[in-house]
Every structure is written in structure tokens, then in C-alpha cells.
Design a protein around this ligand. Structure first.
Ligand code: NAD
Length: 292
């Protein structure tokens, strides 16, 4: 069925996602604060205009505060029974607040952050992790199948954001563990290729070692082989680690490794040369340092 889709937030991720929805013939009406042109996407003058008459409104915005502001404009403009689907990575509290507001207005709501990055958005191979009611998920699932290759319904409102930040907390922690182990191996005179050969098939293996090895020239091609150009930028890793620690604070969960990973990425991005680098550039950072 052809749907009318309002798409708000057409940045690095949103623009290719909206383009992919337009390709099979959905009617996509876009809005962004910045001027953008996307093949097959008609642009509206305001967020509310993009949402008017839409079956589904998708948002892909920088953070929870902006999501709340946009939702406040968009929800009153939406037709009864339509679905508000946020695909941004935001704090769990904002996701739940926006879902409650949408449901109170007679709408369906889904929080569905993604993994797969800009490459996955362009190729239509994102993974969606969704929170919300079963009927809401059923409405957006066919759209997620166009923009991605996998969509998991994780639970009620906020469950998608919870899955995303828990996954990315593990990612930040394991990347640091992999990088510091390489730095130690170097100082012990252990060849990096041998280190990879052993660890990638031993109990220290992980996605960061096996699929995204932070050592240049070792393992499959990764941002390390491209001067640590992102990939997944260190500042985006920091954003997600901060969200994990914000959630840990409000849920009273003890996450000491996540806390330390957040602190290390904050130093790397804000005080050292990590901004604009891939998050695996923690390896050269550790290489430069001594035990203090
Ligand atoms: P981006 O900064 O490229 O895009 C955000 C867009 O939102 C911009 O075009 C901006 O102009 C627009 N915008 C901001 N305020 C607005 C408003 N009030 N109304 C309308 N538009 C507004 O960011 P991105 O990389 O596309 O990321 C979007 C979201 O996806 C973020 O929450 C991010 O954490 C998440 N995410 C990003 C990646 C990635 O690799 N880039 C991967 C997974 C998830």
C-alpha cells in the first residue's frame, strides 16, 4: 500500500532514509531546518505541514530536546490513528514522554533508533530496534523493511532506545578494551597480526576485534585502514555513552565500565584530538600514552 510519509530531519541519516522510502513509490514529504533537496521527496515549509495528512511521521533528529520540540509542533497536526515514529537516538525519558503525548492525542507511537550508520542508511541495510505497541509496530514495519534489513520489536515505549544504548555501551567498552590490549601487546613486543590471529578465535574476541579491528593493516578493512576517518565518529560514541549513563542514573543501575568509557571518550573528544576521528582511534591514543 502506498503511504503518505512525513519525514522530519534530513541530515546524514535522514536524507538517504527518506530517499529509500520514495524509491518504491511512497509519497514522502520532507522537512528540515536547513535547505535540502532529495530526489523523489517533496519539501514542506514547516514540520507541521510535512505531518498534515501523513499516515506515518518519521523523525531523525539530533537529540531528545529537539525531538520534544518537533513532536509538540507535529502531533497536533497529525490525523487521528496515524503513527509517530522517531528513529533518532535520544534519551529513554524523552522517547517515553513523546510516546505518551502522541498516544494521548489518539496516535500510535514507536521509538525506533537504528544501527548501521550512514552506509547502512544509504544501502537500506539498517537495523531498527523498536519500542511501542504491537499495532504501532505493525504499521511501521513495512517501512523499516525498506530502509533496513532487520527490525526487532523490543517491547513497550522506550524499549528501542534502551536496546540501542545498552548495545552501544557494550560497543564503547569493548572498543576501549580492544585498543588498550593492542597498546599493551605492542609494548610487550607482540606482533599485531599474531595478536589478531589469536584473539579473534579465542575468548577475547568481539565485534570490535573481529569485524572492526582498530589496528591498521590487521583483520578486515576498517576505518583504521583509512587514517581513522569515520566510520562511527568518536563524538557519536560519546553521545551514546552519555545517554547510557543518563539512563543508568534515572534507572539506578550500576554501570562502572560504561561510566569509565564515557569519561575516556569525553577526554578524547573534548580535550585531545578525537573529534572527527573514528571511535577506533582510541588505539593511537593509548599508544601515545604511558602508565601514569
Ligand atoms: P545530522 O546532524 O546529520 O542530521 C540531523 C538533521 O536534523 C539536520 O539536517 C538538522 O538540520 C535537522 N534538524 C535539527 N533540528 C531540527 C528541527 N527543529 N526541525 C527540523 N530539522 C531539524 O545527524 P545524523 O547523523 O543524521 O543523525 C540523526 C540521528 O541518528 C541522531 O540522533 C544520531 O544519534 C542517530 N544516529 C546516527 C548515526 C550516524 O552514524 N550518523 C548512526 C545511528 C544513529
Amino acid at each position: 500500500r502506498v503511504m503518505r510519509i512525513g519525514f522530519i530531519g534530513l541530515g546524514n541519516m535522514g536524507a538517504p532514509m527518506a530517499a529509500n522510502l520514495a524509491t518504491p513509490g511512497h509519497e514522502v514529504i520532507g522537512f528540515d531546518m536547513a535547505p535540502v533537496e532529495i530526489d523523489g521527496v517533496q519539501m514542506a515549509a514547516t514540520a507541521a505541514e510535512a505531518a498534515t495528512g501523513a499516515d506515518v511521521v518519521i523523525t531523525m533528529l539530533p537529540n531528545g530536546q529537539i525531538l520534544r520540540d518537533v513532536a509538540a509542533q507535529v502531533i497536533p497536526a497529525m490525523k487521528p490513528g496515524a503513527c509517530f515514529a522517531d528513529c533518532s537516538t535520544v534519551d529513554v525519558d524523552s522517547a517515553r514522554a513523546v510516546a505518551a503525548e502522541a498516544e494521548a492525542a489518539g496516535l500510535l507511537a514507536v521509538d525506533a533508533p537504528v544501527s548501521g550508520g550512514v552506509g547502512g542508511a544509504q544501502a537500506g541495510t539498517l537495523t531498527f530496534m523498536a519500542g511501542g505497541s504491537a499495532p504501532a509496530f505493525a504499521v511501521v514495519k513495512p517501512l523499516f523493511d525498506i530502509m533496513g534489513q532487520k527490525a526487532v520489536h523490543c517491547g513497550g515505549p522506550g524499549a528501542g532506545q534502551a536496546a540501542k544504548i545498552c548495545n552501544n555501551m557494550i560497543l564503547g567498552v569493548t572498543m576501549i578494551a580492544t585498543c588498550e590490549a593492542f597498546a599493551l601487546a605492542d609494548k610487550l613486543g607482540l606482533d599485531r597480526e599474531k595478536m589478531f590471529d589469536v584473539v579473534s578465535t579465542s575468548s577475547g574476541y568481539s565485534w570490535t576485534m573481529n569485524a572492526y579491528c582498530p589496528a591498521p593493516g590487521v583483520g578486515p578493512t576498517s576505518p583504521a585502514d583509512n587514517d581513522y576517518k569515520p566510520g562511527f565518529a568518536a563524538e557519536l560514541m560519546l553521545k551514546d555513552l552519555r545517554l547510557s549513563q543518563q539512563a543508568a542514573g534515572s534507572a539506578d543501575a550500576d554501570t562502572p565500565m560504561g561510566q569509565l568509557a564515557e569519561a575516556l571518550y569525553a577526554t578524547f573528544v573534548e580535550e585531545e584530538d578525537g573529534r572527527g576521528m573514528d571511535f577506533s582511534a582510541m588505539l593511537p591514543r593509548f599508544e601515545k600514552r604511558h602508565r601514569s
